[in-house]
Design a protein around this ligand. Structure first.
Ligand SMILES: [Mg+2]
Length: 399
């Protein structure tokens, strides 16, 4: 089997996403995805990756991973997470693994050695359906508080939000009540009134549902250590399940200090969660729950390395999902193939919203439990009509 075409797909409706289709001379098609700066990523894929990929056997993703890194002039990762090149490599890598599993007529989790679980718990990231559709500044106060969706309820009625998640059988919720105050002093300081207002969100959740729900606090790396410690001190009386990216993740020594001084569980990182960053962070004892986004770190090939690295350090993984449906499907297959999966992130507003507009065949969540995904491959494909709909831009490199 040989790769006969490399196609990229952009959408005016979903302007942060980019999808790839790898066609083969045997008629099988592999699907991948990444997120942010799609036009630059599209250019990189056609300029640099397609000339290498055309004519290659797709069923050797490890060989191609090495080649991609050489194309970047570096025998390792080339560039840090979120670079255009790494995102392009990630989308292609996921499509290669999809093709390999399809060529074996098997679900991807089986090719990866699973299933290690029959169901998995999920937690919900309390975003709205439109949360990640446009370029925006994380922590922008306009992103929360207006309307009736999960994002707005984080601020306007967090107790009701918690009850509604429990009604869906979901017992973990991720919220970011401190973000909207971070820009005010560029993360150096949080005013006492703002600290109390944000912390009151956690108080309202505990008043409404007691300890029935686990609270994951997300900080998006917006705080410097002194302010992050002030926040942790204010939270002292409330039980928080994990603290995610509480400071700038490039400062591993400060992350370790945060963990030691607060006694909290640190989850990291969608921001810098490459294999090599996690190696250093785990050696430093700075991370308790290992997070990574396969669309940003190099795809399945890197995700399985990170999973094994975490297991060697006796730490669980919690794959990141907040960016797109194909990545969500890929996450679920790796999660089911990995014995050290703690929980899988979902965004219920996406699953019932834009994810299902773009893709079909996605893994299902029933009563707060992720169901074993279907194959072959990662099982996800474009929703009927999506590729023929308005605002779609397709570009193809062929043999
Ligand atoms: Mg995060």
């Amino acid at each position: 089997m040989k790769i006969s075409a490399v196609e990229t797909i952009l959408s005016d409706t979903y302007p942060n996403g980019i999808w790839v289709r790898l066609e083969t001379d045997e008629g099988l098609v592999g699907v991948g995805e990444t997120f942010r700066n799609p036009k630059a990523t599209e250019a990189y894929i056609h300029e640099t990756l397609a000339p290498y990929l055309l004519g290659q056997d797709p069923c050797q993703p490890e060989l191609h991973r090495t080649a991609f890194n050489r194309l970047l002039g570096n025998r390792f990762q080339g560039f840090p997470t979120r670079s255009i090149e790494l995102r392009g490599n990630s989308a292609i890598d996921i499509a290669l693994w999809d093709l390999m599993a399809k060529s074996l007529d098997a679900p991807l989790y089986k090719v990866l050695g699973g299933p290690a679980h029959q169901t998995l718990p999920v937690y919900n990231t309390c975003a709205s359906d439109g949360y990640n559709l446009a370029a925006k500044v994380i922590g922008d106060s306009r992103a929360a508080g207006e309307g009736e969706d999960d994002l707005a309820l984080q601020v306007s009625d967090p107790g009701r939000l918690a009850r509604s998640l429990l009604d869906d059988g979901i017992t973990g919720m991720k919220i970011w009540p401190y973000d909207r105050f971070a820009a005010k002093h560029d993360g150096w300081h949080i005013d006492r009134a703002d600290l109390e207002e944000a912390t009151d969100v956690i108080a309202q959740i505990r008043d409404a549902v007691g300890d029935e729900i686990e609270i994951m606090l997300e900080y998006h790396g917006l705080w410097r250590l002194p302010a992050a410690l002030d926040i942790a001190e204010a939270l002292g009386q409330y039980r928080v399940y994990w603290h995610e990216d509480p400071i700038d993740l490039s400062n591993i020594a400060d992350l370790r200090r945060y963990r030691d001084e607060t006694g909290g569980r640190v989850a990291a990182s969608e921001n810098l969660g490459t294999t090599r960053w996690l190696r250093d962070a785990l050696v430093a004892g700075a991370v308790d729950v290992v997070q990574f986004d396969m669309g940003w770190v190099g795809g399945i090939s890197e995700g399985k390395r990170i999973q094994a690295l975490a297991e060697a350090f006796d730490r669980p993984i919690a794959p990141h999902d907040c960016v797109g449906p194909i990545l969500f499907a890929a996450d679920c297959h790796l999660a089911f193939a990995s014995p050290n999966t703690l929980t899988q992130e979902i965004v219920r507003a996406y699953l019932s919203g834009w994810y299902s507009d773009v893709a079909s065949g996605l893994p299902e969540v029933k009563s707060g439990q992720l169901q074993l995904p279907k194959g072959p491959g990662h099982g996800a494909d474009f929703a009927p009509g999506f590729l023929d709909g308005g605002g779609i831009k397709r570009k193809k490199s062929c043999m």
